[in-house]
Ligand binder design. Structure first.
Ligand SMILES: [Zn+2]
Length: 68
């Protein structure tokens, strides 16, 4: 199947998204709230708590956990 080779070339639009942001200053882990069932998730990278936040970024289809 050549399904996945038929990608659109236009850039992904940015949007405001609700996020969980890691509270650790040494860790920049974050994830989309849309994909998190937990009300107060722990950071997948360092295990600390996460606080509610927002990011203006492009929509990410597959990956819901990020480290920058
Ligand atoms: Zn973290």
């Amino acid at each position: 199947m050549s399904y996945y080779n038929n990608r659109r070339e236009e850039p992904l639009p940015n949007e405001d998204i609700d996020t969980w942001e890691c509270v650790s200053e040494d860790c920049n882990g974050w994830m989309r709230k849309d994909f998190s069932a937990a009300e107060t998730p722990a950071c997948p990278f360092c295990g600390k708590e996460m606080k509610s936040g927002t990011r203006y970024t492009h929509f990410l289809k597959n990956n819901n956990i990020h480290k920058e």
